[in-house]
Each structure stands twice: as C-alpha cells, then as structure tokens.
Design a protein around this ligand. Structure first.
Ligand code: SAH
Length: 393
C-alpha cells in the first residue's frame, strides 16, 4: 500500500529523518488502516522507506526502515535486541536498576518508550504505529529481557494527536504499582501507576549523581523536586540542609518515604508544598540564601510555538535563583522543553544572570542520560539540557 510523496519532498527521508508530514504527501493508495505498514515512494516512483501510517496526525507516517525489508516480529526483535545491547555496553545495571531500555525514534522504534524498573517494564506507546505492534513488542520484551511484568502507561497527551485514547494498566504478569528502585546506591519508591511519565525522571539519573558530588556541607534548595531525586542524592553526600519545593502533595509524600528509606536524619531536610515562582520571591524578600540551587521545572515549551512565553518563565526562575545564591554557589538549571534548544537556553540563563546583577561561569553542559540516546538523524531526540553555573559575583 504505497504513499507517494510530492515532488522534491523526499529530501528529509534521504537524510534519514523518520517523520513524514501530511504536506509532503501527494496521495495515499488503498486507505491503509491506522498504524499499518505502508511503503513510501518518491514522486518518480522510487522506494524510500517502510513506515507506519497515522491517518489522524500531522506526522502522517513514521519510518520503520529505510531498507526494503519485511516489517514483522523479527524486525522488532532485532531493534529491541540492539537497544538492550547498547544498555549492556553502557553498564547501566552497575549504576542503577531503573533506566530507559527503548528511547523511541532514537532506538529505531518511533513512538515507543520502555523503561525498566528492576523487575518491571513500563511501556508507553505514543503513536498509531507503536500501538499496532504493541502486543508483539510486549511478547518480544518478555522473551528478550526475561522480565515477566509489563505495565502500560500510554496516557501522555500526545496520543490524542494520533486519535488514540489513554490506556493504563497491566500488559503482562503481575507488576506491583509501587516499586523500590536503587540508583547509584540510593533507594527510591516509584509509583508506576500514578507517578509522572512512567513513574520516575530517569533522564536525570546521572545529573542527580552529579549534584551529590558537589553537595557536601551545602545549604541546598531543590525546586520542582518531585519525589526528591536531587534532594536524596545531595543529603546522602553530606549536604548540610536541603529544602525541597514542589506543588504536588503526592510527590512530597513519596519524598518523605524516600528520606526514611535512605536513613537520612529528618532534621536536615524540609519539604515545602507550593508554587516555585511565588516561593522564590518570598525567599528573596526574606533575604534567604543557599550554596546550591537546583531548578528542574516541567516542560514549559513542548514545541517552538510556546518558546516565547516559556523563555520568560525560565528567565524568571533563573534570575531569582541567581539572587538567592551565595557567592561561589552553584546553580544546576535544566530545561526539558523540546521548543527551547541548548543555545537559546544558555542565552536565557545569561540574561537572567545579567538582570540579577550577577557574574557567573558555566562549568558544565548537561544532557539527558546515555540510556536516552539521540539519533544523529533525529535531533528532536535531544530534549533535556542543563547548565552548571558558579556565581562569581
Ligand atoms: N527533579 C525531579 C523531576 C522534576 S519534574 C526529579 O529528579 O525527579 C517537575 C516537577 O515540578 C513535578 O514534580 C511537578 O509537580 C512540579 N511542578 C510543576 N509546576 C510547579 C510549580 N509551579 N511550582 C512547584 N512545583 C511545580
């Protein structure tokens, strides 16, 4: 069932970008079913790729393979085995028993995310194509990982664009909703049924460890703390005090459990439920100061269309953070917005420092963990950026 592209619209496919937008398509033959595999051909009839068909989405097709080969169970087994092999080479298991096993487009399976939480896999299917192959993929995952339990968290908003309803529940085995994971020797409770994303922000795992390296004897402010990932790492590595702020009471309740789980004396930690934007102002007005501040906000700009408003929000919190930092203090500041690239993020942070009357240096550029790889042909896969800044003045 071929899809024929408009003249001169094959360039992006020839550069191996996996998305075909509706505007690039000349015509679709035989009304293929949602998620089914279609052949993409150029306007002069040449084979380009096999892809999944998403009739409801502006991204009308996503490439499975640029080679003329069958797209079947064996095809997906090869992709999944390759992704598992990469994580083995990265020795993920020696660092943490919770990590991303499959990172969608970047691991060759557009729309499919699989996170491993010890003996449970959490699967998120985001596109018509990944939905079409979901049961086959679940079988392969059990066969190739030996993990018997798979929970589905296909409840991200983007499914709507594909005409898919949210789906949450058990796919294989008997996974518990609340699990315990161990990251760099520290323990965390994760709720895979109600937690954000698939339960935990696995993309920040190595960055949490990084914060721990510098936290000794520091007074730390952890903004947007969720279940306390950065806080626990800082406390375990000798922070003098940590103040953790989040607007979610559920997240803070798990944070308190995580404090106990790691035998951290309660008097070194304070949780505060509230809005970071307001609390930072309150701290400024109260002349509070810190040696280390972490800003890990939610996605302010899912796409470039939201970039302007998001830029103002990033600038606001970074400006306030620079004011609250003591001289020589460290700012760990992140953006997970696809709509803000690394260069723009750095500009925003620079202008925040300027308006705060602060001089600061960047000592490190940070990114998502290695288990969230970025295909060279799919730059959209690079979504998380971070800067470690030291306030010099
Ligand atoms: N750093 C965390 C992940 C942060 S995710 C980790 O390593 O696990 C972003 C968090 O920001 C979520 O927990 C969400 O509840 C919280 N949040 C979103 N908007 C907020 C706001 N305006 N004020 C405070 N917290 C907010």
């Amino acid at each position: 069932m071929p899809i024929t592209l408009n003249p001169n619209r094959e360039k992006s496919i020839l550069r191996r970008h996996p998305w075909i937008f509706a505007g690039a398509i000349h015509h679709v033959d035989n009304d293929p079913a949602s998620g089914s595999t279609v052949e993409l051909i150029s306007s002069d009839g040449l084979f380009l790729a096999h892809a999944s068909y998403s009739p409801h989405s502006q991204i009308r097709a996503r490439v499975w393979t640029f080679i003329d080969e069958p797209v079947d169970k064996d095809f997906f087994r090869r992709k999944i085995k390759a992704a598992i092999n990469v994580r083995q080479r990265l020795k993920m298991e020696s660092l943490t028993n919770a990590y991303r096993l499959l990172h969608a487009e970047s691991d060759g399976i557009p729309g499919l995310i699989v996170d491993r939480y010890n003996n449970v896999l959490v699967l998120q299917s985001l596109t018509a194509g990944s939905e079409f192959w979901k049961e086959t993929i679940a079988d392969i995952l059990v066969e190739e990982t030996g993990v018997q339990n798979i929970y589905e968290r296909s409840d991200a908003d983007v499914r709507e664009l594909e005409g898919l309803k949210p789906l949450v529940g058990i796919l294989r085995g008997k996974p518990e909703n609340q699990l315990r994971i161990t990251e760099y020797g520290l323990h965390f409770q994760v709720n895979i049924a109600t937690g954000h994303k698939t339960g935990f922000y696995l993309d920040q795992s190595h960055n949490r460890h990084r914060v721990g390296e510098f936290a000794k004897d520091c007074d730390v402010l952890n903004c947007f703390c969720y279940t306390g990932g950065f806080s626990i790492h800082a406390l375990a590595m000798g922070a003098k005090s940590v103040l953790s702020v989040d607007s979610s009471a559920d997240a803070l309740a798990l944070l308190e459990e995580n404090i106990v789980l790691n035998d951290i004396p309660a008097n070194r930690h304070t949780s505060l439920e509230g809005d970071v934007f307001q609390l930072l102002r309150k701290f400024r007005d109260g002349n509070r100061s810190f040696d280390m501040i972490i800003l890990d906000p939610p996605k302010f700009a899912p796409t470039a269309a939201h970039a302007e408003k998001a830029s103002r929000a990033y600038k606001d919190i970074n400006l306030l953070a620079f004011k609250l930092l003591r001289r020589g203090g460290m700012l760990f500041t992140y953006s997970c917005s696809g709509g803000i690239d690394a260069a723009l993020f750095q500009k925003i942070v620079a202008s925040a420092a300027l308006d705060a009357g602060t001089d600061a240096t960047i000592i490190e550029h940070l990114s998502q963990g290695r288990d969230h790889p970025i295909s060279l042909h799919f730059p959209e896969g690079a979504y998380l950026k971070g800067l470690v800044c030291v306030k010099s003045y």
